[in-house]
Write a protein that binds this ligand. Sequence first.
Ligand code: FAD
Length: 383
Amino acid sequence: MNLELSEEQSAVRRLARDFVEREVVPHATAWDRAEEVDRGIVKKLGDLGFLGLTIDERYGGCGGDHLAYCLVTEELGRGDSSVRGIVSVSLGLVAKTVAAWGSEEQKRTWLPGLTSGTYVGCFGLTEPGTGSDAGNLSTRAVRDGDDYVVNGTKTFITNGTWADVVLLFARSTDAPGHKGVSAFLVPADTPGLTRRTLHGKLGLRGQATAELVLEDVRVPASAMLAPEGKGFSVAMSALAKGRMSVAAGCVGIAQAALDAAVRYAGEREQFGKTIAHHQLVQELISDIAVDVDAARLLTWRVADLIDRGRPFAVESSKAKLFASEAAVRAANNALQVYGGYGYIDEYPAGKLLRDARVMTLYEGTSQIQKLVIGRALTGVSAF
Ligand code: FAD
């Protein structure tokens, strides 16, 4: 793998960095305190093409490779993980899944809106009773003439109250376990679908995380994405790429932690010299730096494998596992460098730590990633 970025990739990264410095960083603390990112950011992301990366130009996308997607995701994660998550879900989990599995009509209906930022997408898999064991979900879609009638509850859904379209997973046949699950593209304004924002999150406070309740929601059979019973495969393939995106966001968190820690260590004086002079502070900083590099290299490897059409799912789990744990460590180390000021949200470290923490939980907890990796190595499923 060539670790030197191409001209085009460098330009995309510069564009993303400038955008984040201008449009995200100055507002991130206020959005966190207000528990809402300014929704106008979505259109701005769309205008720059960040919501169309890797998507075919025929559907409003702007092409580009997965490394470019990772570079943009990292920069967004460096600025604000709430904004990063909006992109990782609307583009990463929804648009890219429609592009991979959708019919021509579904692509033409949803992709131009999702890639331009006119629409926001959300990914409705988790339920109150099923998180890690997602294939056991109980939301039901019952065939009635040319429609399906859907009933159930989804929870922890990122972008849930903002979304125009829900990529919804529901049980549509009596086949056992995940074999009975199908995927549907449900317009969020469909009668019977109600949404409630979940407040009081530890981090990602700017993001509209929601509960979705479906009561006799009627969707046409043409809204089914991929063949009946293939819904779990759709979800797992989306999450395999999604984990790379989470990992890239975590690299951004760790990089932000490094930048902040180095800056502060050069300013703060204790014992008659800047704290950068103290060896144990240098240890904290060097630990962050190694985590940043290791997480970034694992993440770029996944992008490279995808772009070369090679299997990548296990490598994606490795990258997500390592990068999410590294982001938590890095943010925690940065907080230590800040001392008591790290505990106050006028300084960046506390928010980085709060935002990082969920990365070890969603799109498969760290334990679930280990089971994926362990299964690949031993041939034994320990789920
Ligand atoms: P559980 O599955 O109940 O796990 C509890 C604990 O048990 C964990 O430590 C877990 O690792 C462990 N555990 C479970 N099974 C095993 C096992 N076999 N072996 C070892 N340990 C095990 N979901 C969506 O569908 N769409 C979204 O957009 C979305 N966004 C989210 C945003 C936020 C802020 C959060 C917090 C969650 C989001 N989720 C979303 C849900 C997320 O993916 C789940 O929370 C996650 O998969 C874990 O499920 P759970 O919370 O039910 O935990």
